[in-house]
Each structure stands twice: as structure tokens, then as C-alpha cells.
Design a binder for this molecule. Structure first.
Ligand SMILES: Nc1ncnc2c1ncn2[C@@H]1O[C@H](COP(=O)(O)OP(=O)(O)OP(=O)(O)O)[C@@H](O)[C@H]1O
Ligand SMILES: [Mg+2]
Length: 300
């Protein structure tokens, strides 16, 4: 059994691609308006001066730290080129950035799905480098991948059962807790997960990750492909989950909304930290707005 199967997280084998979300192919760049290439140049300049987001001195002060992490898929090509991220107990931390920036790669590396080539990752001060996803789940880390995050042919209840198969005895107790957070899952427990709407499936995926009572929840684009109403619902649920004592790292394509909801945010670009701050600071930073939140930013 692979680490990802052990964690009860279908479909995330480190091979997923996300080319279907409006990524600009290099050949399209020339067609962008001049403002877009100016933005591109501006971005390059910023990245040249981007160092680690913050100096982390004492790992034990944090729930989770990824410190100057390097990782990638193909030998000698580092997609993450020295990324730093910290999570304190009780926080919701957001990760935003352009398509292909390495956001999913960072989450997958934290969850042990990609080998760490440089830097370190710690959980409660102890290294989790080389820990399998299976071990991380047992140590209180939950992960909801960007896509293929449910078992469509299984019922809602069976999906939730998969989430807790490492501790089957707690199934009923956790089912009650998770159904309280997501009443819809209780109501539709006998339905096939594949028959649910996109928003409902996202609830199943989050519910399954919560079955093991994680202290850290890693969410990769939980609102992707959802209608605005469901997006709001998901952001609201993330806050509710956080209020139950779960610290959250959330990658989001809905960058503005994510920064409104999170305590602190990281802007990743080309596998490096571009900007870091509280959600409010990033929303108020004209460079962040211009480069990463505006319509032109999407063209870059
Ligand atoms: N399985 C893979 N094999 C090889 N390269 C990959 C793989 N998955 C992602 N990549 C590459 O790694 C880079 C970062 O991808 P990643 O999926 O981490 O970006 P992202 O910031 O999550 O983007 P998106 O907003 O599109 O989800 C991209 O250049 C991508 O093509
Ligand atoms: Mg991604």
C-alpha cells in the first residue's frame, strides 16, 4: 500500500497535473497586452530579491514549519526552490500565487508525498522529513488534495469510514462529530459520493480528512470549481473547523477571499516566497494587488 492510499486520500499520487485552470502557456505570453509584460518584469524583479519569508529560529515554537524547502518531480529540477512557511497553533494560513507557482507541490511535500531535497519540515518541533503520509495521518495531519479527493463509487459513509480505517473503533464517535460540522453528510450518508454536486463532494473530502481528528488540516484549493455560494460555504466551514481547534493551511485560487479569511498568508511564485504577511497586510499591499490579485495578474 502506498503512503497516499494508507492515508485514505484517493488520487493524489504526486502525479496529478492541474493544467485545466487557465494556465497561460508560454506561447500565449506574446499575445498579452503590454501591461502584462510589465507586470511580468516586475514579478521577476521581486523574485530576484525574494529570500526566505521569515527567519525561523526555534522550530518548537510552531506547530508546523517548512524551512527553505527544496523539492521537485524530475531529478535536478527543483519546483520548490527554498520555500519557507510556518503555522502556529490555532492559525489559518493561506497560500496563494499564480498557476504553476508550486502551491500544490508545497502541500504535497509537507504531506510526505514528495521527497525533501533541501531544508527541513517539522511538526511540533520534530522533523517529519521522510515520514510517510500514513505516519503523518497518525500524527494528526490531514490532507485534502486538489482533485480526485473522494471515492466516487463508495457511499458518503464509506468514504468517511476510509478516512478512519487506521482507527476503526472511533468511527461512530467521529461520524457524529463530522456530521455535526457537515449536517449534509449525515443526511446523505447512504448516497454514492459520485452522485453528489461539486460542493457536496468537497464536504465529503474535508469530512473524511477530519475523521482522524487532525490537529493540522492541509487543504488544496477547496473552492476550485464551485459556485460562488458554495465557495462562501467552504470558507465559512474552514473557519468553523478552525474554531474546533484545528490549525489549517489552505491553498486557494480565490486569492482575495482567502486572504480575507486567513490569519496569515504566503504568496508563492516560481517556487519561492514572494510576499508574506497577515491577510489584511497582503490585501492592502499595492504590489500584491497589482501582481497577484488583479485581472492582469491572471494574464501574467
Ligand atoms: N507530477 C508532476 N510531474 C512533473 N511536474 C509537475 C508535476 N506536478 C506539477 N508539476 C509542475 O510543477 C510546477 C508547480 O506545480 P503545482 O501543481 O505545484 O502548481 P500550483 O501552484 O499548485 O498551480 P495551480 O494553481 O495550477 O494548482 C508546475 O510547473 C507543474 O507543471
Ligand atoms: Mg495546485
Amino acid at each position: 500500500m502506498s503512503g497516499s492510499e494508507a492515508a485514505g486520500t484517493p488520487g493524489q499520487d504526486g502525479e496529478q497535473r492541474s493544467d485545466d485552470q487557465g494556465v497561460s502557456a508560454p506561447s500565449e505570453q506574446a499575445e498579452h497586452p503590454p501591461e502584462a509584460s510589465l507586470l511580468q518584469e516586475h514579478r521577476e524583479e521581486i523574485l530576484e530579491h525574494a529570500g526566505p519569508a521569515e527567519g525561523v529560529e526555534d522550530y518548537s515554537q510552531y506547530l508546523l514549519v517548512a524551512d527553505e524547502v527544496k523539492a521537485g518531480y524530475v531529478p535536478e529540477v527543483n519546483i520548490l526552490d527554498g520555500c519557507t512557511l510556518t503555522l502556529r497553533e490555532g492559525e489559518v494560513v493561506g497560500i496563494i500565487g499564480p498557476n504553476g507557482a508550486g502551491k500544490s507541490t508545497l502541500i504535497k511535500t509537507i504531506f510526505g508525498l514528495l521527497p525533501v531535497r533541501g531544508g527541513t519540515i517539522t511538526l511540533r518541533g520534530g522533523s517529519i522529513v521522510n515520514c510517510s503520509a500514513h505516519e503523518l495521518v497518525s500524527n494528526g495531519v490531514g490532507y485534502v488534495p486538489q482533485s480526485q479527493n473522494i471515492f466516487p463509487s463508495l457511499t458518503v459513509e464509506e468514504n468517511l469510514e476510509m478516512g478512519v480505517f487506521l482507527r476503526p473503533k472511533v468511527f461512530q464517535k467521529r461520524l457524529a462529530v463530522v456530521s455535526e460540522l457537515f449536517p449534509l453528510l449525515g443526511e446523505r450518508r447512504k448516497a454514492k459520493a459520485g452522485a453528489l454536486s461539486g460542493g457536496e463532494r468537497q464536504m465529503v473530502a474535508m469530512g473524511r480528512a477530519l475523521m482522524m481528528e487532525p490537529s493540522v488540516l492541509l487543504l488544496d484549493e477547496p473552492t476550485a470549481g464551485l459556485s460562488p455560494i458554495f465557495q462562501d460555504e467552504v470558507f465559512h466551514r474552514v473557519r468553523e473547523i478552525n474554531a474546533t481547534g484545528v490549525s489549517v493551511i489552505m491553498v486557494e485560487q480565490n486569492a482575495r477571499r482567502c486572504l480575507q479569511v486567513c490569519d496569515r498568508g504566503y504568496v508563492l511564485d516560481q517556487g519561492r516566497n514572494a510576499y508574506t504577511g497577515t491577510g489584511r497586510e497582503l490585501l492592502d499591499d499595492p504590489n500584491v494587488v497589482e501582481l497577484y490579485l488583479g485581472t492582469l495578474a491572471k494574464a501574467g
